[in-house]
Design a protein around this ligand. Sequence first.
Ligand code: HPA
Ligand code: ZN
Length: 338
Amino acid sequence: MSGFIEGLPKVELHLHIEGTLEPELVFALARRNDVKLAYADQAALKAAYQFSDLQSFLDIYYQGSRVLLNEQDFFDMTWAYLTRAHAEQVRHTEIFFDPQAHTARGVPFAVVISGIHRALEQARQEWGMTSRLIMSFLRHLSEQDAFDTLKDAMPFKDKITGVGLDSSEQGNPPAKFGRVYAACQELGFRLVAHAGEEGPPENIRDALDVLSVERIDHGVAAIRDPELMARLAAEHVPLTQCPLSNLRLRVVDKMSDHPLLRLLQAGVKVTINSDDPAYFGGYMNANYQAVQQGLGASDQQLLVITLNAVNACWLSPEEKARLSREILAYGQGYGVTL
Ligand code: HPA
Ligand SMILES: [Zn+2]
């Protein structure tokens, strides 16, 4: 691991908190809550992390989430992620959570958000690490289910900055949630959506035009559509990309095929993120390393990508300016300038 990457102050914008459940914690929580797992031990669970596509991952990811029952479970999961992210110099993180994966099992919305929020608050107090929460709708479920979830979220609105859209992209295009997003916008939520992960460039366009999102999560398919790439660049639409995720879910065959650097060179505001790090083989540093080693990114390009994340995040202008200065000063220490 390069010293430059290890020490670089980072911002993470695409992280599913349920995707940070390491096998060790899955088993610890299963024991604590008396939940039966389909795997005999941690090694057997890890061996199942051989994914052929997004759906094959989601099936295991939702299985893993079944061990989360109590407020303390959501705290422990979130605290474990924050501890790792802090060790990797993540200064600010914007975290997705999937309430429907829990409320459908009878776990109250309040339990989910209280445990996550308590950990975020502790990280802020202990380390000055900042965060935002993004409530993500499961796109394989119905519009009505999303509206019901939005209603459940209302008592906790002050703890939720944005809404997102995740799960199975195939067969569940953005337009299915046009009315939900309009309602969320009316309520003052920031808007993002997964698009162009396994789906076509059209889904990226529709996320922008029908859902009015300000960032695209993944957006890998943009590389197949020069006109769309030019639009993303011209409109400064950030893409929260996740290289190791795309490799493990076979969105790309090999890391050298990943479009992240080509998009950067076309002027698109790409960022590097870890998505579901417990399942995809690494947190932020490993994803930065994949871009460095697999794509040949220079330290200067990694610096630009990191500043893109600062610009795309939901901190105040003052906080962003302070973080940008810290990152630029860090680069200068390595002789890396813009
Ligand atoms: O990578 C992902 N894509 C879509 N849905 C998800 N839910 C968790 N991770 C993902
Ligand atoms: Zn994701």
